[in-house]
Ligand binder design. Structure first.
Ligand code: C5P
Length: 328
């Protein structure tokens, strides 16, 4: 929501900020935050070490021989983050959110391929239900119904000004589908890296490595190559205001929360949590702002809860009791 509103300001206001500069700043904030946590953890595990010894320990952990493994996810996440900006600048917030839920399915697909996760038929069904439920809450909820009502009205009245141009919508749609695919692949790759190092490399060291390697594509490909001319013409911070800074801070905080989710709960649980947050915000909007609750949206919310129950509960055993002879 914040991203969408920060990118799509009413005409006549100050110019749009450059998405590439925001992507770079998010990585800088995450790098600094992760580094502070990594230093704090090292201080706690080596209480008698001097500051220079702590610096040496953190530096050796960050630039260890296997740190290059983070180059691939860093490049992919940077691409995903700029695709999300492209998508959100060309689509309405609801269409973006609904299509982005495809990442629930792509994550499971890559979990099977890369982590060998077993997904039962019941769990597959629950994942499909989850995707549909979240989509329904988005489309039929207060925000969705307004957006879609506006679209329908403009279609009926032949007022095409409210509708995004087809080329821009197609561009946005392609960007969000690609972002969902990359999200699935990269999150699972990151989870695999954490599992493979068997706790010997801390999450925050991995995150420092991830943000460090993300700085290169974000700076050289995004800011300099893609938007170099605009940065030289208008300046790096052109179009920035406090709302844009808040959006950047939320993005950085969200990224760190995603990292913690992947490390301690796994990717599938992370996506379930994200879906549940959509349901919670639907209910909160109804309670706090007295927005009307619609039957389809409430049905969607119930479907999400059912899907969560189905995914995490075990099917009843086929035989409840052992034959008497065996029990003896
Ligand atoms: O769930 P989703 O794929 O959309 O979240 C990915 C986001 O989380 C990206 O913005 C990525 O940069 C961030 N992330 C992070 N640190 C990680 C894993 C993901 O900042 N360890």
């Amino acid at each position: 929501m914040f991203m969408h509103h920060s990118r799509n300001r009413p005409t006549g206001q100050q110019p749009r900020y450059l998405a590439s500069t925001a992507v770079l700043l998010v990585e800088v904030i995450k790098l600094v935050a992760s580094l502070i946590i990594a230093i704090h953890d090292t201080c706690k595990s080596h209480p008698s070490s001097s500051p220079s010894e702590i610096t040496g320990l953190v530096r050796r952990a960050v630039f260890a021989s296997d740190s290059w493994k983070l180059i691939v996810p860093a490049a992919l996440y940077t691409l995903q983050n700029s695709l999300v900006y492209t998508a959100i600048s060309n689509l309405d917030a609801v269409t973006f959110q609904v299509t982005y839920q495809l990442k629930i399915l792509t994550t499971v697909l890559f979990s099977i391929l890369l982590l060998g996760t077993y997904i039962s038929a019941r769990q597959w069904l629950s994942l499909v239900l989850l995707t549909c439920g979240v989509a329904l809450v988005q489309v039929a909820g207060p925000l969705g119904s307004e957006t879609w009502k506006d679209k329908l009205t403009s279609l009926i009245q032949g007022d095409v000004a409210l509708l995004a141009p087809a080329s821009s919508a197609a561009r946005g749609l392609m960007a969000v589908i690609a972002a969902a695919l990359i999200s699935g692949l990269t999150c699972v790759y990151f989870e695999k890296l954490l599992k493979d190092s068997l706790g010997s490399v801390s999450l925050w060291t991995r995150n420092v490595q991830l943000s460090f390697f993300s700085l290169f594509p974000a700076l050289f490909i995004g800011v300099l190559w893609q938007d170099g001319a605009a940065v030289a013409r208008e300046g790096f911070f052109s179009g920035y205001n406090s709302f844009v800074w808040l959006t950047i801070a939320l993005q950085a905080f969200g990224g760190l929360v995603v990292a913690v989710c992947i490390a301690y709960a796994g990717n599938v649980a992370k996506n379930f949590a994200a879906s549940l947050s959509i349901v919670v915000s639907y209910a909160a909007t109804a309670v706090l702002f007295r927005a009307p609750m619609t039957m389809p949206a409430t049905g969607g919310a119930a479907t999400v809860l059912l899907a969560m129950y189905m995914y995490h509960s075990r099917p009843p055993p086929k035989t409840l009791l052992l034959p008497l002879s065996k029990e003896r």
